[in-house]
Design a protein around this ligand. Structure first.
Ligand SMILES: NC(=O)C1=CN([C@@H]2O[C@H](COP(=O)(O)OP(=O)(O)OC[C@H]3O[C@@H](n4cnc5c(N)ncnc54)[C@H](O)[C@@H]3O)[C@@H](O)[C@H]2O)C=CC1
Ligand SMILES: O=C(CO)COP(=O)(O)O
Length: 498
């Protein structure tokens, strides 16, 4: 029994025991399909992209069994037509090559994670020329960088003169400042002009510290394609007074485009070194972008304001039909690598909040460890931190999360564990206690320009909780703020958690 069969069997078994509601059941089937069948399909198309016919794709049925073998394996779910139709549309979308346009991709941000995501996306753009333009624009916040004498790129004729970071990336294909030692694909184009980098792009990937997103949106608002679609890889939230907004929703509303969210247990330097990991992408394809199996729009052409599927509150410009569609399959195609497994879901709120709030808990864990307490204390902080995260989501985004995001997805417990044991927020808060320094000092001396998201997220979330009078229900979050502000010591934590 291969992985896909096994997945279906498990889902069916769980459903028979009434563990899963029918929608969850369907969502899980879809997830298994994206994770297992799509890469195989891609591989087949890669081997023979021009000549592939539907018959060529039939071997994929070893992953997705034929109707008869499916029937013998597990009784079909209610909506059995769903996946065969999708499979055919995948074939149509990827092989007929009847789209006059391809998606142009821009990554906005070029830090540790920004550059890593640009790398994996650029690898996929080169591998899927029917769907994506080969070159990937990467906007770089320009700065001068001096290559040290022992750098392999050191040029004696230039000496130790500072050079533009964009020049270094485009010449040596390495981001020596934010992702040193990792060779980058040559189809990444480092661009210091934000407006030029986003011009005509149908896909915008936002990947920079969350505090800069307001300024970025203001600068690009009038320069992006109105039909562009986004994915935010940013971990943070936007808070003003007693209002809180997810970063992807902030982007959607301010640019009037639809934007999903990517988040997971992802340490950039490990992924850049192609060590395997998983991630979660949340995306609700807007109704105006949905197409039937013949590639025709499913929207009836009437007003598309308040797009129900995506939750977008304004009128969206549809993605033109001369572009390949942008649905879960295409996002999986853009982000999946052999070393980066993508799970597609619809829970924008759960994925975004899990990614933002775990940074507060990671700081708490670093403090606890720096104080000399070990795994048992850290586990207590993680458990309570996750409890507060889910409480926060239910209290301030009622009815908008899927609990399975926190329990089953990389964006949930996966990210919590990795962040509390090895990420930058954890590392710097641990050092802060060990050196008896404010965490901001450690950030400056240890990270060479990289930014901690946990400090500002803690302050923003705590100020929001105060505005809502909800501090008492969030003792972990509030304690972290007080330790950051050096108002209390780590040893006071257990008393506060009572
Ligand atoms: N590094 C990682 O392992 C992961 C990071 N993330 C998230 O990805 C997002 C981006 O983080 P990184 O790429 O790691 O960034 P980073 O912390 O490595 O680098 C900071 C970036 O901010 C840029 N910058 C500095 N001043 C700026 C300004 N005024 N305007 C615009 N940009 C400016 C710098 O040029 C640099 O590219 C964050 O929300 C982070 O939480 C998510 C998963 C993994
Ligand atoms: O989000 C991350 C891990 O999933 C990275 O966290 P840090 O920003 O603390 O390194």
């Amino acid at each position: 029994m291969n992985c896909s069969h096994l997945g279906q069997a498990l889902i069916h078994q769980a459903r028979c025991r009434s563990f899963l509601s029918p929608p969850t059941h369907l969502a899980l089937r879809r997830r298994f399909y994206v994770q297992t069948s799509v890469p195989l399909l891609q591989q087949q198309l890669l081997q023979s992209p021009q000549s592939a016919t539907r018959a060529d794709l039939e071997p994929a049925s070893s992953l997705w069994p034929s109707r008869s073998s499916r029937a013998s394996l597990v009784p079909p779910p209610k909506n059995t037509r769903h996946f065969p139709v999708r499979r055919y549309s995948q074939f149509t979308k990827m092989t007929l090559n009847n789209f006059t346009k391809k998606h142009k991709v821009t990554v906005i941000g070029s830090g540790n994670w920004g550059t890593t995501v640009a790398k994996l996306v650029a690898e996929n753009c080169a591998e899927h020329p029917n769907t994506f333009e080969k070159d990937v624009q990467m906007w770089v916040y320009e700065e001068n960088v001096t290559l040290p004498k022992d750098s392999k790129h050191f040029d004696a004729s230039i000496g130790e003169q500072p050079q533009k970071l964009t020049h270094i990336i485009n010449t040596y294909h390495e981001n020596v400042k934010y992702l040193p030692g990792i060779p980058l694909p040559q189809n990444i184009v480092a661009n210091p002009s934000l407006v030029d980098a986003v011009k005509d792009s149908s896909i915008l990937i936002f990947n920079l510290p969350h505090e800069f997103i307001g300024n970025i949106c203001r600068q690009i608002k009038d320069h992006i394609a109105p039909y562009a679609r986004g994915i935010s890889c940013i971990k943070g939230v936007s808070v003003t007074d007693d209002k809180i907004e997810l970063i992807c929703n902030y982007i959607s509303e301010n640019l009037n485009i639809y934007c999903g969210a990517l988040s997971g247990a992802n340490i950039a330097s490990e992924i850049a070194n192609e060590q395997w990991c998983e991630t979660t992408i949340a995306y609700n394809t807007p109704v105006v972008d949905k197409r039937d199996e013949n590639g025709r729009p499913v929207a009836d052409g009437e007003s598309n304001s308040n797009d129900v599927a995506s939750g977008h509150s304004k009128e969206l410009t549809p993605l033109p039909l001369d572009y390949p569609p942008l649905d879960h399959d295409e996002w999986a195609l853009l982000f999946s690598r052999p070393y980066f497994t993508v799970s597609m879901v619809s829970d924008i709120v759960g994925v975004s909040l899990a990614g933002a709030l775990k940074n507060i808990v990671a700081i708490a864990c670093g403090y606890v460890e720096g104080h000399g307490w070990n795994m048992t204390a850290k586990t207590a902080v993680m458990r309570r931190g996750m409890q507060e995260t889910i409480r926060f989501a239910n209290e301030f985004f009622p009815g908008q999360i899927e609990p399975s995001t926190f329990w089953e997805e990389s964006a949930g417990w996966g990210d919590m564990i990795v962040s509390c044991t090895s990420a930058r927020n954890w590392r710097c808060s641990k050092l802060a206690v060990e050196r008896n320094l404010p965490i901001e000092e450690v950030e400056k001396t240890e990270l060479n320009g990289q930014k901690l998201q946990g400090i500002s997220t803690t302050r923003e979330v705590c100020s929001f909780l105060r505005a809502k009078g909800a501090e008492e229900r969030y003792p972990v979050f509030m304690a972290v703020e007080r330790i950051i502000n050096q108002e209390i010591k780590v040893e006071e934590i257990p008393k506060l958690f009572k």
